[in-house]
Design a protein around this ligand. Structure first.
Ligand code: FAM
Length: 472
């Protein structure tokens, strides 16, 4: 077991007055640091880095703002600080500098913590996103145990979820249930008690870990209530990882392929830098010092839009329509014709295009690689159709001439695997994305509080005001 002692000096610098003591109920293995210890070590260095950036470059120019930026959804404007990941249009996502293949090589897997499964664990990704460091196997095991110990829902939240009509979209239920947990927010309570600004990050981290731990149980309860699947109990096994438990709760505890797929899916959907709608929303709402439950609930509502997270639900419905039309073993020209029918009807091709990427999404490639390693997926007609479409669609979209990125994004692949494994209720797919996005959005909220970032408040202008300004 690795021996990593807590850096006491760093802890003191991070929280000089210790007015808010980090609750120490987390499970601890001898001489392995907890995630909270690791974050406490990182915070002073991050504060120092920000101080130096401000001192050296406060007046530096990061580019011009053109009218097209203002009218075009602020594409390309460098106006947000986001620590967990940076998205390069030609290389794709890097989590603290690590590409998905890099992460696949170094992040601990289920096997590494004594379970079966070869994919990286979301717990490992969470650790990386929060601290910038690759955790040891023991640290991940400990984090898994901590999440399991905090995974049970309070009974008031269960009652709230059970009161939702089955016909309410699962994402609306998800966001509402997450918001309800603010009833127990340690940040909100600490703020009420007058916690110091320098210590905000600590209860923010406590809430974030609590919330990440509870997302699977919320998601599973919604799945059971709406679709009648899973045993409806959301029992948590302290020996399982976050996704092992989630899979158990939704009735997939015996399906090794599905469990490992969910681990990969949830790890790589975790963060996609800060400007996407869900991540940006969490940051924006959090900047008003709304607690992590409220901030992440708002993020989920953004994720529920069809141009963002809901695209994974849209893709599956669209691919099944195509399958009905073109049958199994469809030819390229059948697929092309279907693509053109979609485009000519004025709809977007779901699962294609991206606001930043100008290449096939590496997350799509990672999920495709997973399919290639599993015979049950390799032989699936819907997986084959989706893969074939990914080869044909870029040419069609180029010819169509509108989208700046004709390549598949992550949503092109994610749903067909769930479908093949028997999770066929595609209006639920974005909920799974929603379990994942917390891994990136909440760590940034912790950093926002640690760095003392201000409330977000850009300047807006009316068209009259713009005309007046531009005519000058
Ligand atoms: N099919 C047809 N047209 C598309 C298209 C697609 N897949 N992607 C973009 N376009 C159109 C777009 O609607 C726009 O048309 P107008 O000029 O008529 O408004 C034009 O091409 C230029 O758009 P862009 O600059 O290339 O893309 P944006 O940055 O405006 O939008 C997306 C990015 C992702 C919203 C857009 O590509 C899209 O609607 N894709 C389909 C939905 C989807 O898959 N979303 C999921 C994105 C995913 F990564 C995620 O967030 N989970």
């Amino acid at each position: 077991m690795m021996s990593l002692s807590i850096n006491r000096a760093a802890m003191r610098a991070a929280a000089p007055a210790r007015q808010y003591a980090i609750a120490s109920q987390s499970v601890r293995f001898a001489s392995t640091k907890t995630l909270k210890d690791a974050v406490a070590e990182v915070v002073p260095a991050k504060r120092e880095q920000l101080k130096k950036l401000k001192a050296d470059y406060n007046d530096a120019n990061l580019g011009q703002i053109k009218l097209e930026n203002l009218l075009g959804g602020m594409r390309g404007l460098k106006v947000m600080l986001w620590e967990g990941s940076v998205l390069d249009s030609e290389r794709g996502i890097a989590f603290h500098g690590k590409s998905i293949p890099d992460c696949e090589k170094v992040l601990p897997t289920a096997q590494d913590i004594g379970l079966s499964g070869k994919e990286m664990l979301p717990e490992s990704m969470l650790w990386l996103l929060l601290t910038g460091q690759v955790p040891s196997k023991e640290e991940v095991k400990q984090l898994s145990a901590e999440l399991a110990s905090k995974g049970k829902l309070p009974s008031y939240a269960e009652k709230i979820i059970d009161s939702f009509p089955k016909t309410m979209h699962p994402m609306t239920q998800f966001a509402s249930a997450v918001a309800s947990l603010n009833h127990d927010s340690k940040f909100a309570e600490a703020y009420k008690q007058g916690v110091r600004k320098t210590e905000y990050w600590q209860p923010t981290l406590e809430d974030s870990i609590d919330l990440i731990a509870k997302l699977p149980a919320i998601a599973a309860r919604i799945y059971h209530n709406v679709f009648g699947r899973g045993d409806g109990v959301q029992k948590i096994d302290s020996n399982l990882d976050l996704i092992g438990n989630y899979s158990q709760m939704i009735g997939y505890g015996d399906n090794e392929g599905m469990i490992d797929y969910l681990r990969l899916y949830i790890a790589i959907h975790g963060d996609h830098e800060g400007g996407n709608v869900s991540a940006h929303t969490a940051h924006l709402v959090g900047s008003a010092l709304s607690d992590p439950y409220l901030s992440y609930s708002a993020a989920l509502l953004g994720l529920a839009g069809p141009l963002h997270g809901l695209a994974n639900q849209e893709v599956l419905g669209w691919a099944l329509d195509m399958q009905k039309k073109v049958g199994d073993n469809a030819s390229e020209s059948d697929i092309k014709e279907f693509l053109w029918t979609t485009l000519k009807s004025g709809r977007v091709v779901p699962g294609y295009g991206h606001a930043v990427l100008r290449m096939p999404d590496p997350r799509f490639s990672a999920l495709s690689r997973f399919c290639d390693t599993r015979p049950e997926l390799k032989n699936s007609s819907i997986v084959q159709l989706v893969q074939k479409t990914s080869k044909v669609a870029p040419e069609v979209l180029k010819e169509h001439g509108k989208t700046k990125n004709p390549y598949p994004n992550v949503d092109a692949a994610s749903g067909c695997v769930l479908y093949e494994y028997g999770l066929k209720e595609w209006s639920y797919y974005t909920v799974i994305f929603g379990i994942s996005r917390a891994l990136g959005a909440l760590p940034q909220l912790v950093m926002d509080r640690a760095l003392g970032l201000p409330i977000e408040r850009p300047k807006s202008l009316s068209m009259d005001a713009l005309e007046e300004l531009l005519k000058k």
